[in-house]
Design a protein around this ligand. Structure first.
Ligand code: NAD
Length: 464
């Protein structure tokens, strides 16, 4: 495990002041400047792909293929989207024609909010740190990045690369843990985008409130799956296990539990076992297709949840906390009140919760906090509609899991306890922009109209 050099606390206000002064220089107003910096984010990754893969192998025991598919891929897509569209997003917008107002040229102008603070978690260090940065750059903001201290190799690397590739006065990395982040949060930012757990999300929102700073919170939760017994169960099993076991289940959009009709549980279990055997033919511990848990503390937490479950372990269940290894695990017959149905597991454990029918599944979801995603596996439109129209979540996805975050044009965002505001593309550009209204009224308007507003008020002037 590499060690991470923390930024000194005295340095933090100076970094903040440098970013603000650089923002005030006005150089981010130019779209060409923004495009050049967005492209630089792409080169920052492209030139150093090998080093990023090594860093994530060290921090997360991550197979390179997962880094390519889940971190590089969606981040490159964001670079392309922002680079190609920033001019369009930033263009002043008119309003629908109105005879009353057109002469005044009313416009909505997207202006940068100022200096953004971006705090990110350990699970997708590249995507979750650099995607918001791309959006902040597109909006013309300066930005300070606070990567997770739980990924020391990545956070060391990004602190080295950001000043090399990007304008070093506008864009900064601060490394540290709670004391450093607490210091950062005392300062006044123009927007804060935080990705992580809801407990810290509340700390961020409270700190931001002191300065009335707007916040985007990308939080977690427990994503349910509702499965229709008429579905192609083999395909469903593969997609479910992929979504649950990639990055060792440390994905905010990962399915946490499956609401399965009682009479269909055996069939689903058989299909899951078959998919499991094909994913890890030599067993998961020897497999080079499985990530590790970020820390032994998190591995111990997940092991405890497995040890305490009253359900029956179908596959997996083993753990080696020192090695940060948790075997991909499926547990059946999980019931209300079980350890696996409390807090977000955020690990490679899939719980199967038997229910009578789809109505009971919907009630189960309705009784819980709004998740980031509700997943349905079905070929029946009525089944799908019934689940989605009776539940709320950040995303509503059919016959798939997780991948919405990588589809350009689809924002990532939660609702209620899973967060507020949006990631990616134009939606994230808007998070870092202030929509400033402009209007220019020529003198002649008072001659032909609008004179009726002035006192003394007369009945014949009531033309509106
Ligand atoms: P983490 O431990 O890496 O913490 C995230 C960030 O919060 C870090 O930068 C950390 O330094 C900072 N932090 C920790 N304690 C703090 C404090 N007391 N004050 C201020 N800052 C503090 O990661 P995590 O929070 O465990 O991340 C996992 C969570 O993130 C899961 O709940 C997951 O669902 C969620 N998540 C959400 C999304 C999304 O898009 N909605 C994406 C990824 C992860």
């Amino acid at each position: 495990m590499s060690t991470l050099a923390y930024t000194s606390i005295e340095e933090i206000p100076k970094i903040h002041a440098t970013a603000r002064a650089a923002f005030q220089s006005g150089r981010t107003k130019s779209i060409e400047f923004r495009k050049a910096q967005i492209a630089q984010v792409g080169y920052l990754i492209k030139d150093n792909e090998q080093r990023f893969k090594e860093a994530l192998r060290s921090d997360l025991g991550r197979p390179d293929q997962e880094t390519e598919l889940l971190d590089f891929g969606p981040t490159y897509a964001e670079v392309k989207d922002a680079y190609s569209n920033v001019a369009k997003w930033a263009k002043p917008q008119g309003i629908p024609f109105s005879i009353n107002w057109f002469a005044m040229n009313p416009r909505v102008v997207a202006e940068p909010k100022g200096v953004a603070l971006i705090i990110s978690p350990f699970n997708f260090p590249i995507f979750l740190l650099l995607t918001p940065l791309i959006s902040a750059i597109a909006a013309g903001s300066a930005a300070v990045l606070k990567p997770s201290e739980q990924t020391p190799a990545f956070s060391t690397l990004i602190a080295e690369l950001v000043p090399k590739y990007l304008d070093p006065e506008l864009y900064h990395v601060i490394n540290g843990g709670v004391p450093e982040t607490t210091k950062i949060l005392e300062l006044q930012w123009d927007h804060i985008l935080y990705t992580g757990n809801g407990r810290v999300g509340r700390i961020i929102a409270l700190a931001a409130a002191k300065h009335l700073t707007p916040v985007t919170l990308e939080l977690g939760g427990k994503n349910p799956v509702v499965i229709d017994p008429r579905v192609d169960v083999k395909l469903a099993a593969r997609r479910l296990l992929w979504g649950r076991f990639s990055n060792a289940g440390q994905i905010c959009l990962s399915p946490e539990y499956v609401l399965v009709p009682e009479h269909f549980q055996d069939t689903l279990v058989e299909a899951l076992k078959e998919a499991y055997a094909s994913f890890y033919p030599e067993g998961p511990e020897k497999s080079d297709s499985l990530s590790r848990i970020v820390s032994s503390a998190h591995a111990a937490r997940i092991k405890k949840l497995i040890d305490e479950t009253k359900g029956t372990i179908v596959v997996g269940g083993q753990a080696d906390v020192e090695k940060r290894y948790i075997a991909p695990t499926v547990v059946r017959d999980v019931k209300e009140g079980d350890s696996l149905l409390g807090d977000e597991i955020f690990g490679p454990v899939l719980a199967l919760v038997p229910v009578k029918d789809v109505d009971e599944a919907i009630k189960f979801i309705q009784a819980r906090e709004y998740p980031l995603a509700v997943y349905v596996f079905t070929h029946d439109k009525q089944f799908e509609k019934k689940v989605f129209s009776n539940t709320k979540s950040g995303a509503a996805v059919t016959n798939e899991t997780v991948i919405t975050a990588g589809v350009p044009g689809l924002p990532v965002g939660g609702i209620g306890p899973s967060g507020y505001g949006y990631y990616t593309g134009k939606h994230a550009f808007e998070q870092f922009s202030h929509y400033r209204v402009s209007l220019k009224n020529p003198a002649w308007v008072d001659k032909v109209a609008f004179f009726f507003r002035y006192p003394p008020y007369k009945p014949e002037n009531r033309k509106y």
